[in-house]
Design a protein around this ligand. Structure first.
Ligand code: IMP
Length: 177
């Protein structure tokens, strides 16, 4: 296999499922029947997004954007770029911004600023994973799935050099070649 690294389970499938149910319940309650635009930050969030949305009981519409800051490496380049924009305006709408992981916080900071300028009714953000020790930019997160230590993780949408996104659980990368 091309990305030949040693991995071990950090957060198992059942743990993820259980936490998603809890988060979805809180989000359903927060919006109290109001419609929401759920935004998936590609590519890493696709699996979390799909599983979370299936548990939320609200009138949801879906939209997608993509950002890049890693360019195939395991450390952020610090230079965030939007590589795919939303298909529809969000002005006057409740937005739920769904991220896989907040590491330096640069991506979330950048996206919240860009989206705020489009004058949505509100922005709520959620990240499945949060690495508090890696934070370079202070970001407010409304919902966090799991706090993890400052190590590189893969699986459940997250990749190392494009691989491992299809693992149904989250694994830590123990050694890299
Ligand atoms: P940030 O801008 O440094 O907070 O990083 C956000 C993006 O970096 C995430 O959406 C991921 O795509 C990627 N990323 C950060 N940490 C990891 C990791 O441990 N594994 C895989 N991707 C990561």
């Amino acid at each position: 296999m091309e990305a030949n690294v040693k991995i071990s389970t950090l957060i198992g499938e059942d743990q993820i499922k259980k936490r998603i149910k809890e988060l979805a319940k809180e989000i359903t309650k927060k919006f109290n029947g109001e419609p929401v635009v759920a935004i998936c930050i590609l590519k890493g969030s696709f699996m979390f997004y799909a599983d979370l949305l299936r548990e939320i009981e609200l009138d949801l519409t879906c939209d997608f954007l993509a950002c890049s800051s890693y360019f195939g490496k395991t450390k952020s380049s610090g230079d965030v770029k939007m590589t795919l924009d939303l298909a529809h305006p969000i002005r006057g709408k409740h937005v739920l911004l769904i991220e896989d992981i907040v590491d330096t916080g640069l991506t979330m900071d950048y996206l919240v600023k860009i989206l705020e300028a489009r004058e949505p009714k509100s922005i709520t953000n959620i990240s499945l994973l949060f690495k508090p020790e890696a934070l370079k930019k202070k970001v407010e997160l409304d919902y966090i799935g799991f706090k993890i230590s400052n190590e590189f993780v893969v699986g459940y949408g997250l990749d190392y050099q494009g691989y491992y996104r299809n693992l149904p659980y989250i694994a830590r990368v123990e050694s890299m070649n």
